[in-house]
Write a protein that binds this ligand. Sequence first.
Ligand code: RB5
Length: 147
Amino acid sequence: MKKIALGCDHGGLDIKNAVRDYLEAQKIAYTDFGTFNTDSVDYPEFALKVADAVANGDYESGIICCGTGIGVSMVANKVKGIRAAVVTDEFCAEMTRRHNNANVLCMGGRVIDRVKAVKLAEIFLNTEFDGGRHEKRINMITEIENR
Ligand code: RB5
């Protein structure tokens, strides 16, 4: 069964909570690694918790939200085995799964609203990797990571 790791900073709290409510409603297992209120926090701390949880195999995918989605994606992509993508539209939510086999979705609470965040999470979680010619490219990313 899919298990999702969730996280955010204060800038992404609202959309993270919307995604959390969606996962609850769909009975999809998840852990919310925080933050849990609007106090200002440092996004690297929360992004790293989610990225580590996915990288160590405890969770199939991660969803991390900050103000833009950019900071958390930078952090997550520093972790070996993580392919994190900042997504703001439906097409990219689908393609980053189909072509990039992304395992972490990053979104910005100052960029998209709650409804869009849930839609993008839904697409991300329900789209499979195409494999085939894309497999080789993902392996090339892994090789770069292992240099
Ligand atoms: C916090 O103000 C903001 O910098 C953060 O949420 C994020 O947008 C960073 O990329």
